[in-house]
Write a protein that binds this ligand. Structure first.
Ligand code: ASP
Length: 344
């Protein structure tokens, strides 16, 4: 029994020693999350609603931080995103937006920065937590992106929880679809550009985390855009567009108009700016500069609206958006949490 106690004391000590970096510094534990860049203007947000959003974000941070203390950044990203998927207030999991045909088709992805392994699912309709399905794809390792019925079947075969598709239904999202359908029928409105409409459906959720071993992970989960058709898939399950992670630079999760984020490979562009600059100028762009440059470079006139969160391998992080507000939060080493929706 004595040696058991000894082992129990020794293992955490060894792990702690192994995690000390080459310069003697110990990687910090950090988790940053977002719940989409679709917050309404401050004047339209009621105090009750704001409190509900803040409570959800706080709970997600709590779950992710707990996982980060016990496990890896992959565990933390999954745990935080699961909480937001289970809340009916975000456009992911329960509360996802509806397609033109009145269905919920969900997309998610996850990527870890050590080996750059990644997994993603698109258009799933029966898994309760699409982020768990994405993780199952990554851990299986054979493929990166699975779509539709096959993705559902794969995830369920790996033990991911199944739900009846009616589980995802919420009155608010159903109404959003009805409004979008009506708007489409209005004379002169047909073909209106997406950026002319309020973007409250930008409720995609995401997380980036750094663990004790110095490994980064990024993940993103969404229902896509209201009234999407023809099997449309956005940036969220596309590695390099909505999600990217590389221990050499940073982990990134995006929210916004998916078509533009795909065309501009937003998540990879953030990490590439840091990587290439470090190679050529011998001085890396900060994660903040990289995110700012990428967001400012999006064509707003073509609907390039949204937000980005990013966390580098030293635990420095940033968030930026070009909409009225972005639901977001962070928790750092000592458990200090921050939850924000607007600029201040
Ligand atoms: N990026 C998502 C998509 O286009 C939407 C969002 O961020 O809310 O599917």
């Amino acid at each position: 029994m004595k040696w058991m106690k000894f082992l129990l004391l020794l293992v955490p000590l060894l792990l702690a020693v192994a995690a000390v970096g080459a310069d003697g510094s110990r990687p910090k534990v950090v988790l940053v999350i977002h719940g989409g860049a679709g917050a309404p203007p401050r004047g339209k947000m009621t105090p009750e609603r704001e409190k509900q959003f803040r409570d959800d974000l706080d709970q997600a941070l709590q779950a992710g931080y707990g996982a980060l203390r016990r496990g890896t950044s992959v565990d933390a990203v999954e745990a935080a995103i699961r909480v937001l998927e289970d809340s009916p207030r975000f456009n992911a999991g329960k509360g996802a937006v509806f397609t033109h045909e009145g269905r919920n088709e969900l997309d998610a992805s996850i990527m870890e920065g050590k080996e750059r392994r990644a997994g993603a699912v698109a258009g799933v309709t029966r898994v309760k937590n699409p982020i768990a399905a994405a993780r199952a794809v990554m851990e299986d390792g054979k493929h990166v992106l699975l779509a539709g019925e096959g993705a559902d079947r794969f995830a369920l075969s790996k033990g991911v929880t199944e739900v009846n598709p009616v589980y995802f239904w919420t009155a608010e999202r159903w109404q959003e679809l009805q409004d979008a359908l009506k708007e489409e029928e209005m004379p002169g409105k047909k073909g209106a550009r997406r950026d002319e409409r309020p973007r409250y459906d930008l409720g995609t959720v995401g997380a980036v985390a750094l663990d004790r071993a110095g490994n980064l992970t990024a993940g993103t989960s969404t229902g896509g855009l209201t009234n999407k058709r023809f099997g449309r898939i956005g940036d969220s399950p596309i590695i390099g567009a909505g999600t990217y992670a590389d221990n050499a630079t940073c982990a990134v999760s995006c929210t916004g108009h998916g078509e533009v984020f795909i065309r501009y490979t937003v998540a990879r562009d953030v990490t590439a700016r840091m990587e290439y600059r470090a190679r050529t100028v011998q001085e890396a762009a900060t994660v903040e500069q990289a995110v700012r440059q990428v967001l400012d470079g999006l064509p707003k006139e073509e609907g390039g609206v949204g937000g980005i969160i990013a966390l580098d391998s030293h635990g420095r992080f940033t968030w930026a958006y070009n909409t009225d507000g972005m639901y977001r939060g962070s928790v750092t080493e000592d458990g200090t949490k921050r939850v924000l929706i607007y600029d201040r």
